[in-house]
Design a protein around this ligand. Structure first.
Ligand code: TXA
Ligand code: MG
Length: 349
C-alpha cells in the first residue's frame, strides 16, 4: 500500500478533502491531535476498525477511543450522559479528556473490544476537528504507532512505524501535550481515572468532586486485569532497555555516574534522560535534557520523541530520572514506568 503524505495547508485543500472522504469510506488516515498522532478509521465500520488492529499489530481486546467533532455526534453513540459527565465535557472538551459511557448498538463490538461501554473524546486540534467534521462520522483512533512502540508526537514518527500500512498521513506539526488523554470511567460512582493524561486528577475533582485512581496507575508493574485493557501491555517502549531511577537527586546523580561508567567499561551504550538543571549541576555524561524539573508539561511534550531519538542513537540502555508524580508528573511517570516494564531503581538504598 502506498501511504499518501499530506502536509496540512487548509481544510479546503483537495487532498485534505480526499483524505476525509477516504476515512469515511473505510480507509485508515493518521492525523494530529493535541496529545499524540491518531490512526483514524470510521468508528461505525467494523471492517475499517479491524484494519486498525492489523496495521498496528494491536491485540483486538484493546478498545479504541472514538473521536467526535461536536456534541451532536455524541448522542447516537451513548445510552445516557450523567450530569457529572456533562460537567466534564463542558469544562474540558475539546481537550485531552476521554470519557467512558455506556454504548448504544450502533457502536460495533470491534471498536470497544467487546465491552458495553465506549470511550469518547473531542480533541483540541483544529485539523483533527476539521477532518472528523468533513468525514461526517465518529473516528476511532488509537495512537498511530506500531503496538508497543512510543506514541508518535510528530508525523515522521508515524511514517517510521506505519509507512506502507495506512492510506494517508496528515502532517500538522508536533503535538502540544505529548502524552495521551486522561481516560475517566463515568459509568461508575465515584468516577475512576483509568489512565492519567493531559487533564490532571485535580482538574477533574474541581469539576465533579471525588474521583478514584485505578490501581493499575498506582502499581508500578503491569497489573493482570486493569479496567482499561490497554494498560496491561508493555507499552510506549523504545528498543533500548529502560530503567527508571528515583530517589533524592544527589543520590540519583551518584548512581547514574557509576552506571554510565560501568556500562562504558562493559561496552554497553547507555543514555541518560534527566532534568536540564540536574545535568548541569551534577555534570552528567551521555545525558539528554527532557526539560525543566519545574515543568512536567514540558517533559510530557518531549518524552516520547526522546525515546525514539535514543533508539536512533543505538542506545542499549536508557536511564530516566524520575520526577514527582504531581500534576502532569503523574501521566509522565506512568508512561516512563510502563516503558521500563518494572525496572525501577531506588538510588541511595
Ligand atoms: O490522546 C489519546 O487518547 C490518543 C489520541 C490519538 O486521541 N489516543 C489513544 O488511544 O491514546 P489508545 O488506543 O492508544 O488508548 C486508548 C486507551 C487504552 O488504554 C484502552 O484500553 C482504553 O483507552 N479504553 C478505550 N475504551 C475503553 C473502554 N470502553 N473501557 C475502558 N478502557 C477503554
Ligand atoms: Mg497507544
Amino acid at each position: 500500500m502506498q501511504t499518501k503524505y499530506i502536509e496540512f495547508t487548509s481544510g479546503d485543500a483537495p487532498e485534505f478533502i480526499e483524505a476525509a472522504m477516504a476515512l469515511r469510506e473505510g480507509k485508515l488516515v493518521a492525523f494530529p491531535t493535541e496529545t499524540v498522532y491518531g490512526l483514524g478509521a470510521n468508528a461505525l465500520d467494523s471492517e475499517a476498525v479491524r484494519s486498525i488492529y492489523i496495521a498496528k499489530g494491536r491485540p483486538s481486546d484493546n478498545p479504541l477511543i472514538v473521536h467526535i467533532a461536536d456534541r451532536d455526534m455524541l448522542e447516537p453513540l451513548v445510552t445516557e450522559i450523567s450530569p457529572n459527565a456533562l460537567k466534564l465535557m463542558s469544562a474540558y472538551w475539546p481537550g485531552p479528556l476521554t470519557i467512558i459511557l455506556k454504548k448504544t448498538d450502533i457502536v460495533p463490538d470491534v471498536t470497544t473490544g467487546g465491552l458495553n461501554t465506549v470511550a469518547i473524546r473531542m480533541p483540541d486540534n483544529d485539523i483533527a476537528l476539521e477532518l472528523i467534521r468533513k468525514a461526517g462520522v465518529p473516528v476511532a483512533a488509537p495512537s498511530a504507532n506500531r503496538s508497543g512502540r512510543p506514541s508518535p508526537t510528530m508525523a515522521k514518527h508515524v511514517l517510521e512505524d506505519l509507512d506502507g500500512r495506512i492510506s494517508y498521513i496528515i502532517d500538522g506539526g508536533p503535538c502540544r501535550v505529548g502524552v495521551e488523554s486522561t481516560v475517566v470511567d463515568m459509568t461508575s460512582e465515584p468516577a475512576v481515572i483509568l489512565r492519567p493524561g493531559g487533564i490532571t486528577p485535580r482538574m477533574i475533582e474541581q469539576v465533579i468532586g471525588r474521583v478514584e485512581l485505578d490501581r493499575s496507575i498506582l502499581e508500578r508493574k503491569p497489573v493482570d486485569r486493569p479496567r482499561a485493557p490497554g494498560m496491561k501491555y508493555k507499552h510506549y517502549a523504545p528498543k533500548a532497555d529502560v530503567f527508571v531511577v528515583s530517589g533524592e537527586y544527589g543520590n540519583i546523580a551518584e548512581w547514574l555516574k557509576k552506571a554510565v561508567t560501568d556500562d562504558e567499561n562493559a561496552g554497553i551504550k547507555s543514555v541518560i534522560l534527566a532534568a536540564k538543571e540536574h545535568i548541569r549541576e551534577y555534570g552528567l555524561k551521555n545525558a539528554i535534557s527532557y526539560g525543566s524539573i519545574e515543568n512536567a508539561a514540558e517533559i510530557a511534550s518531549s518524552i516520547f520523541r526522546l525515546f525514539r531519538e535514543c533508539d536512533r542513537m543505538g542506545a542499549d540502555r536508557i536511564y530516566v530520572e524520575a520526577i514527582p508524580k504531581e500534576g502532569m508528573g503523574l501521566a509522565v511517570m506512568n508512561r516512563i514506568e510502563k516503558a521500563a516494564g518494572g525496572k525501577i531503581i531506588q538510588a541511595g538504598e
